[in-house]
Design a protein around this ligand. Structure first.
Ligand code: AMP
Ligand code: MN
Ligand code: MN
Ligand code: MN
Length: 280
């Protein structure tokens, strides 16, 4: 099994990198990329925990990106986490994440939640603060029944506590990944509510920036969606990637348990060194 997209407690995932490594082993995952939101902090621990196991670690990241007023997620695979330009990007993203948290908290104070920033920061602990922490706060305060409802009513695009964030631009993210010797991948392309025309525009912009792949399977992607995405990979000459986007026990798809890639697309690992790639 191959899983090229998951999260640890260094971003909004529930589990430590060490626990993810054990889970990967239990689930027969042989190739695992940790792709935390805007951070590479968990990678060293994951490598440490996996070094005596039959598990290959792919160093990854999931960058939040602004493209034409849309928030898009771009994954970097096989990145050098020590790259200085990538470190600068991460620092900038983190500043924006923190500034956004204060703005989201202001909106939630207006919705009747006292001390929203303090409480959300407590929930985040050492994690990168993100909307799921505010989702948990809304649940704790009895304002939302579950995470889905918190996004639908408060945190999703255009909702009461949605804040437009000045994330890095698509080109900057792709270039940053390339400079760090990685490959850029569009994450979960059907999750942005883009029209098909806009999605095609995104793919063209991504490719001209130097992006090479797109997730054809992500979490619970349906067969219909997977086949459409495989078709788009063929049409736009993109490699295909796959991942569970596992965040923890509330994720519907367990680590490495996403459906297999369709046979008509070329997996991204086809381009990896012979010694360091899965058999396909
Ligand atoms: P952020 O990076 O802080 O903007 O938060 C985005 C994260 O929130 C995503 O990576 C998901 O983990 C989570 N998320 C986004 N939309 C939803 C949703 N509708 N329901 C539950 N979780 C969501
Ligand atoms: Mn997430
Ligand atoms: Mn994502
Ligand atoms: Mn993700």
């Amino acid at each position: 099994m191959i899983d090229l997209h998951c999260h640890s407690s260094f971003s909004d995932g529930e589990h430590s990198p060490a626990l993810l490594s054990d889970m990967a082993l239990n689930n027969q995952v042989k190739w695992l990329a940790l792709t935390d939101h805007d951070t590479v902090e968990g990678l060293a621990l994951l490598q440490q925990a996996s070094c005596h196991k039959d598990l290959n670690i792919v160093k990854g990241i999931e960058l939040s990106v602004r493209w034409k007023k849309h928030d898009i997620h771009i994954i970097g695979l096989n990145i050098d986490p020590m790259d200085s330009h990538l470190k600068e990007i991460i620092a900038t993203q983190n500043e924006r994440r923190i500034a956004r948290a204060a703005q989201i908290a202001d909106c939630l104070v207006n919705c009747g939640i006292k001390d929203a920033l303090k409480k959300a920061l407590e929930l985040a602990g050492h994690q990168r603060i993100g909307r799921p922490h505010f989702g948990q706060l809304l649940i704790n305060e009895g304002k939302a029944a579950d995470m889905k409802a918190a996004f639908k009513r408060y945190l999703g695009r255009g909702k009461a506590a949605y804040v437009e964030t000045d994330w890095i631009l698509l080109d900057e993210a792709v270039l940053g990944i390339i400079k760090a010797k990685g490959q850029a991948v569009i994450a979960h392309p059907l999750k942005y509510s883009l029209t098909r025309t806009k999605l095609h525009e995104l793919i063209v912009a991504f490719k001209s920036a130097g992006g090479v792949a797109m997730e054809v399977v992500s979490g619970e992607t349906t067969v219909t969606d997977m086949n459409e995405l495989a078709g788009l990979c063929g049409r736009f000459e993109l490699l295909a990637s796959t991942g569970s986007d596992y965040h923890g026990q509330n994720s519907r798809i367990a680590l490495g348990k996403q459906r297999p890639l369709p046979v008509n697309c070329r997996p991204i690992w086809d381009t990896w060194d012979n010694q360091s790639r899965p058999a396909s």
